[in-house]
Design a protein. Structure first.
Length: 288
């Protein structure tokens, strides 16, 4: 663990670029005038959305049908895409056998409380070591391999061409009880469930005014409110947030529109992957 080879493969823990430089680069990548203008446009558009009480499930969509549906600005599930991926046929034991030497970085300790801090406790290890730990986690909050590039797995994922430009696949691996707390990314997101199931809570962008949010970086905002165990004494405004939840099963793909708050908890040992678009959100066809 912690070898020179491992260090070369893993991302730095801190982004040392000035915030203004990061925001300017983020705007250029997405083709918008400014990230702040994009955020404000997303929030303004979401005020016209209907309140949903369930996330609809759709069949397979081609790119044209996907974009038309996504332009409505609401989340939805897609069936019949992910199950065809070779990675879905891989078992955890095969993952260990074939890719056990791959270096990973696991979130450890109370990574929920420090989720949006500039740095948090991490532990570098090999994938097989992580799988050993996750088989019998000792803590109530098990270590979590989250938001990590695992290039060795990319060829077994056949992503649909829903977006003209996407960031690299990110992988999320861990046992039941691993969690990503409530947050929003200001990019359109497709989330593929490969093994296991997860419960995902969602709230619309403009309900940030009820969720006590704070900025982690220009395209990521977090909330201390936990929709699974709501503390309305500490967060009374959260009563007004329109939160909906959905369970994603193996083979499901969830579309999370830019700006929608979401919290994700594994209900069983789980492998997921997602990709963020790098363009103007589809709910903003007029641009920013």
């Amino acid at each position: 663990m912690g070898s020179e080879a491992t260090a070369k493969r893993l991302p730095p823990r801190l982004d040392l670029q000035p915030a203004a430089v990061r925001e300017q680069k983020a705007a250029q990548v997405r083709g918008v005038s400014s990230i702040q203008a994009m955020r404000e446009a997303i929030r303004a558009a979401s005020r016209a959305l209907p309140v949903i009480t369930a996330v609809p499930r759709l069949g397979r969509l081609d790119a044209t049908a996907f974009r038309a549906r996504a332009a409505e600005g609401l989340p939805f599930l897609i069936s019949g895409v992910v199950r065809r991926w070779p990675l879905c046929a891989l078992t955890p034991s095969q993952l260990r056998e074939r890719y056990g030497q791959v270096p990973v970085r696991a979130r450890v300790g109370d990574y929920v409380a420090t989720a949006f801090a500039p740095d948090r406790a991490m532990r570098d290890m090999l994938l097989r070591e992580y799988l050993d730990i996750s088989e019998s986690p000792a803590d109530d909050l098990p270590p979590y391999v989250g938001n990590l590039e695992l290039r060795e797995l990319n060829g077994m994922c056949h992503w649909p061409g829903y977006f003209d430009k996407m960031g690299p696949p990110r992988f999320w691996l861990g046992p039941a009880r691993t969690v990503t707390p409530l947050h929003c990314d200001y990019d359109d997101n497709i989330f593929a469930q490969i093994w296991g199931s997860k419960r995902i809570f969602l709230a619309p962008p403009h309900h940030d005014e009820y969720l006590y949010t704070r900025e982690a970086n220009p395209v990521l905002f977090g909330s201390p409110f936990d929709p699974e165990a709501p503390d309305f004494d500490a967060f009374p405004l959260a009563r007004q947030a329109a939160v909906v939840d959905v369970v994603v099963q193996p083979g499901d793909m969830l579309y999370v529109p830019a700006g929608w708050y979401h919290q994700v908890r594994a209900l069983s040992f789980s492998l997921s992957s997602n990709r963020w678009a790098r363009a103007v959100p589809l709910a903003l066809p007029g641009g920013v």
